[in-house]
Design a protein around this ligand. Structure first.
Ligand SMILES: [Zn+2]
Length: 78
């Protein structure tokens, strides 16, 4: 397992998200952003919209995705 924070993933807090792959962590972040915004947390709205935009425009979102995967790969195992 490796851990990244919400902030490292473009979010607004230091919540830690763990996963065995970068995709797991990204999905956890996606869920966290949805829940935060649904709960009325305005600080996560920008990140939520950016995340939504990435799914809609996969080519444009690919740079972020690659960066995140690389960051994840460079992390030490927990
Ligand atoms: Zn957060």
């Amino acid at each position: 397992m490796k851990t990244m924070t919400c902030r490292q993933l473009g979010g607004a807090c230091d919540l830690q998200l763990s996963g065995n792959t970068a995709d797991e962590v990204i999905n956890a972040q996606d869920k966290h952003l949805k829940e935060a915004v649904a709960a009325g947390d305005a600080t996560h709205e920008v990140a939520r919209n950016e995340m939504k935009g990435r799914w809609k425009h996969p080519i444009k979102g690919m740079g972020w995705y690659k960066d995140t995967k690389r960051q994840f790969a460079e992390l030490p195992e927990d």
